[in-house]
Design a protein around this ligand. Sequence first.
Ligand code: SF4
Length: 451
Amino acid sequence: MEKDPPHVLLVNPWIDDFAAYDFWAKPVGLLTIGSILKMHGYRPRYVDCLDRFHSGLSRRPERGPFGKGSYLKTRISKPRKLHDIPRHYSRYGMPESLVRKVISSGPQPAAVLVTSLMTYWYPGVIALIKVVRELFPGIPVVLGGIYATLCHEHAVQHSGADTVLPGVCEAKLLDFLGDLTGRKGTLRFDPGELDTYPYPAFELQSAIPYLPVLTGRGCPFRCAYCASAFLSPGLRRRSPNHVIEEISYWHEKHAVVDFVFYDDALLIDSEKHIVPILEGVMRRSLQIHFHTPNALHIRPLSREVAGLLFQVGFKTIRLGLETAFFDDRQTMDSKVEPGEFEQAVAYLREAGFEGEDLGAYLLHGLPGQDLSKLEYSIKMVKACGVRPILAQYSPIPHTGLWHEAVKASRYDLEEDPLFHNNSIFPCRKAPFSWEEVRYLKDLVQEQAPGE
Ligand code: SF4
């Protein structure tokens, strides 16, 4: 390592929302950039505004099972445009005073890289960039991530960043930093070949309570409500051995036990992908757990795959059912056919999964959704002995359903990404009844007779 490599500050910003919880969420893209920067001779420093484990916290938020847990939160005023929503609004993450202290305790960086997630969380991004500007005046701030990609123009106009880089941007970022620092050189990885990427720099976190693993990027389907095809065109994958080595590395070197697959298409082409990955993990006799909060595809869940998932230690299985009503489904997606959900559940049960292990997502709040069909879907999922989980629909620009969502909404979705927030059910027309939301949530909780 050279004597004084350029410092680069990476920041994961706050979340401003009505609710937020750490369901194993980490900014894998930003942490991958961290390891790429190391690979190219920079010294990255990482500040996670959502850190639940920072030594400077005066109280630690509540810890949940398998590494999940609550974020700290500070009640803040609701954005004016959301005044009609009868809920409190908060900034989730470390208090601003601690974030300022942590950021300013490091050396002056050559640049600050900020990531972004949900489009409607942009107020937390803007607030963070403002803090960075005050602490490091004149230092370039670069914004990337999902909001920066889906709402590029909005981010350029409002975020306060000097540069907004949409999409997959590692090579562009190295060019940008090279111009800034005079550090030019050849790329030490191939952006078209995922096996040449270094592992994300999770070691920069103050703790590693769980580890998200991406075995690939993208999805072969084009569901009308999903932005996967826009964010990660095509399906690209790492080789099974590369994934097995990464899982072993984090378990052996950092004692990580809970691994979380965030792939969009984990089970697709399973014989060549997930089966050899899981068989490889079993051969190494690693005592670990797996979780799939990003829904699994139902169709490829064969008896063999279900058996492997159970044997290798999957603890949380989430299935992407979306609706159990198939008559008009083809305009939305084609990922499940009638009978496939019941068959997959039967295989999972036969393998040994039970109760809370299994959950099925059902979309709630779609434009023009007939709630009697959602009611039917909840009952059908429960009848299969699986927990229905209402996935509140968030309208996303660049998706097939976007224009319909814009027409259906009681807000101007194109004017402000705040209105994409799924907590406000933006695609339910006025007059909107929160009673209906309560009724459906109660229906999910309600026990069946004899349960
Ligand atoms: S299958 Fe899942 S990840 Fe793929 S497009 Fe549909 S919702 Fe998105």
